[in-house]
Design a protein around this ligand. Sequence first.
Ligand SMILES: NC(=O)c1ccc[n+]([C@@H]2O[C@H](COP(=O)([O-])OP(=O)(O)OC[C@H]3O[C@@H](n4cnc5c(N)ncnc54)[C@H](O)[C@@H]3O)[C@@H](O)[C@H]2O)c1
Length: 241
Amino acid sequence: MQGLNNKMVMITGGTAGIGRAAARRFYAEGARLCLIDIAEDPALADEFPERTDFIKADVSSADDVERIGHYVAENGLDVLVNNAGITRDASIGKMTIEQWDAVIRVNLTGVFLLSQMAAAHMKAQGSGVILNAASVVAHYGNFGQTNYSATKAGVIAMTKTLSKELGKYNVRVNAIAPGFIETEMVAKMPEKVLAMMRDKAPLKRLGKPEEVAAVYAFLASDDGAFITGATINVDGGIVLG
Ligand SMILES: NC(=O)c1ccc[n+]([C@@H]2O[C@H](COP(=O)([O-])OP(=O)(O)OC[C@H]3O[C@@H](n4cnc5c(N)ncnc54)[C@H](O)[C@@H]3O)[C@@H](O)[C@H]2O)c1
């Protein structure tokens, strides 16, 4: 990929799943990394021996994001990947307000707070890329995910709005809508559902975190220089129904 070498790339939820795979990909492209996560992983330092900082932080906390802002003021920021996300699944009759609020706070408020912090820096810098984790369930809904699907549809709308507000400052904003990718998040789903999802996808399999990471890297790179406001499905075709 063009133009990622030595760029400062911040990835939320960067210690596991798709975020970890994205970290590996950007690291291999020569980027400097700042990984943000509520969960620490002692193996990080072995896997990323140089060019990598870790900040333990909750993306839904304004205080934590202010702390991240101080880091950015000192170290710079070229690419923000708003990857952190959670599920708290229940059918509508059983979903509690706590389940609703938890998902809204991480998946929507977290993206808002980090994007606001990054936008201020990138506007002043005159360049930058913000990438957001949406989901195919934003397009077609999913049983038990009233909260989650609403946040992911919200992320797509935020992506479009931010791309309009920030384009004139040479800041691009795009989203990825993964289908079902083999991570801890998906491992929580019943095997019966996963078998159905494999069958429904034209490619007849789940995706790999690296396959999502590759698209993040492309969108962040100069190869994606004319793409903004887009949501790219990385889903084996499952969204076709
Ligand atoms: N796996 C899939 O099939 C799939 C499909 C569509 C969309 N997505 C989206 O992609 C993103 C990554 O998914 P994943 O499957 O890799 O998830 P994952 O559960 O494997 O990893 C998520 C990471 O985010 C971190 N995290 C959670 N809450 C946080 C918070 N408040 N602050 C900071 N970090 C926090 C976790 O500690 C974890 O390291 C999510 O936004 C998810 O909604 C995933």
